[in-house]
Design a protein around this ligand. Structure first.
Ligand code: SAM
Length: 304
């Protein structure tokens, strides 16, 4: 990694992680090797926000917790070709309702928006390509905002007129609320404890929906996407971000190719525009396919 190309806030997080975990240096060097200037600039903006949202120590602890958890799940996945858990009820109890685990997880995910190139590029897609394509005055819904950073990016867009978030985890709802309060959003927003797999009655449809890193947590993501299609206004757009071959304690639906992610969205009644397939540190897409490495798929979906 060329430190001269890594801007101030990004470098601060990288240095804190490496001080605690020097052996992670090679991975981070690969993660920062091929970033464009635009990605560096986007990541620096995100890093500045992330450092306001949590203490460096908590970010480092959460990031290591998440990397260790993924490593542990990866061992089983390589042996069995499957994710460990298959039932939503199981992971709801183990993860979403466990405040300590969720807090570490959300800190880890926040750090990963800076440190994992596939997460950084997916978030860059959301901010630079998805949100600007929404119509003026759009009503926005996010499903599973978690730490809240995507929710904040939508909230800070002056063209967004209404903002709603649904999450099943009380810890995530608190984290999203704190995110907006800490980063200073001066507008009303609604956060509701809702299970996206339950029937979704809404009083007014949405012009914009984001569902990021959630489909792989559901037993039947196609049914959930279909019900989101039902609350999308005519001309509305949806952002989907879903990883393939990405074992984690709370991932229950396995997608094995980027095309399977696109097909999942299409089979819920959408047309997919402008998909991004973002491989992880040290891989190009061809090698990631061959090795069944995790790839983040970010896309825009419109009703077919
Ligand atoms: C991995 S986090 C994703 C956070 C953020 N959207 C991101 O892209 O990093 C998954 C979030 O989805 C929420 N979630 C999982 N299943 C859900 C469901 N059935 N209904 C609503 N939220 C759910 C979890 O509580 C958690 O906050």
């Amino acid at each position: 990694m060329d430190p001269a190309r890594v801007p101030y806030h990004t470098r601060k997080l990288v240095e804190a992680v490496l001080a605690d975990w020097p052996a992670h240096g090679d991975t981070l060097a690969k993660s920062f090797a091929d970033r464009s200037d635009a990605t560096h600039a986007h990541v620096e903006r995100t890093a500045e926000l992330v450092l306001k949202l949590a203490d460096l120590d908590d970010l480092v602890r959460g990031y290591r917790w998440m990397c260790d958890m993924v490593f542990e799940e990866e061992l089983g996945f390589r042996r069995t070709g499957r994710y460990r858990h298959a039932s939503f009820a199981e992971v709801d109890r183990l993860v979403y309702q466990d405040r300590a685990a969720m807090t570490a997880y959300m800190h880890g995910l926040l750090a990963s928006e800076v440190l994992w190139v596939q997460h950084a590029r997916s978030l860059e897609y959301f901010v630079e390509r998805f949100l600007p394509g929404n119509r003026e005055g759009y009503r926005h819904l996010e499903v599973g905002p978690g730490h809240g950073i995507l929710f904040w990016y939508a909230a800070s867009d002056p063209r967004c007129s209404a903002l709603v978030g649904y999450d099943i985890s009380p810890t995530s709802l608190d984290a999203t609320r704190r995110c907006l309060e800490t980063l200073g959003v001066d507008r009303p927003f609604a956060l509701e404890a809702r299970d996206i797999t339950a029937p979704l009655g809404v009083s007014e449809p949405f012009d914009s929906i984001a569902i990021s890193e959630v489909c792989e947590h559901l037993e039947d993501p196609v049914a959930a996407l279909r019900s989101l299609r039902g609350i999308l206004a005519p001309g509305g757009r949806m952002y989907v971000n879903v990883p393939i071959n990405a074992p984690a304690i709370d991932h229950i639906t396995l997608l094995e190719t980027p095309e399977a992610a696109v097909e999942m969205v299409e089979s819920a009644g959408f047309r997919v525009l402008d998909p991004l397939f973002a491989p992880p540190a040290g891989y190009d897409l061809a090698r990631a396919r061959k090795r069944k490495a995790s790839v983040s798929v970010a896309l825009t979906a419109v009703p077919a």
